[in-house]
Design a protein around this ligand. Structure first.
Ligand code: FES
Length: 193
């Protein structure tokens, strides 16, 4: 991660006291299904962290504690897992996350320049948050589609390939408008998506 300026491992932010951290009955059923896959329940920590993040948008301390209580783990153990993986969000920086791959192939194919241009477009602050507060922009390590560089990932869910400045501007517009991103598979040939 050396050289990436937007990935940090802070202590969890304080929670909103109005949020009740509890699973729904549907989530409890999903959690039981995940736990049943493993020889011990603690091994289900990653899918539970994901469910928590999908629920609250990030991983506030109350969510981490809920995961810990559910799996009979220490909070520090759960946070240790969450802090290891960048896809788990330990800070509530903005409602949307856009990541530009600047790793190996993407970095050589314009990813670093695109990331710099994107920062300018959004007028991000030193935390990587856009001037309108809607987008947290950061670099990503390899997203696994190197022959379609530059690759961009939106909200940990959707990927876009062969992204240039015009395409990322459209991505930002779509994020701001709240329009869902369709699933797009990795192009079979390296053509503009
Ligand atoms: S280097 Fe960007 S997807 Fe692999």
């Amino acid at each position: 991660m050396a050289g990436h300026d937007s990935i940090a491992y802070p202590t969890p932010q304080q929670d909103d006291p109005n949020i009740v951290f509890a699973w729904t009955p549907q989530q409890e059923a999903d959690i039981a299904r995940h736990i049943a896959k493993y020889p011990d329940k603690q091994s289900a920590v990653m899918p539970l962290l994901w469910i928590a993040q999908e629920t609250w948008g990030w991983l506030p301390q109350g969510a981490l504690q809920l995961v810990a209580d559910t799996l009979q783990m220490e909070l520090a153990q759960v946070y240790g897992v969450a802090s290891f993986y960048t896809m788990y969000l330990k800070e509530n920086k903005a409602p949307n996350l856009v990541e530009v791959c600047t790793c190996f192939a993407c970095g050589e194919c314009g990813g670093r320049e695109l990331y710099a241009e994107a920062k300018q477009m959004l007028q991000v602050n030193d935390q990587g948050v856009s001037a309108d507060g809607k987008i947290f922009l950061r670099e990503a390590e390899c997203l696994g589609a190197c022959d379609s560089a530059v690759v961009v990932q939106i909200n940990n869910r959707r990927m876009r390939f062969n992204v240039d400045a015009q395409a990322i501007a459209r991505i930002f517009d779509q994020v701001r408008q709240g329009t869902p991103f369709e699933f797009v598979s990795v192009p079979l040939s390296n053509q503009k998506a």
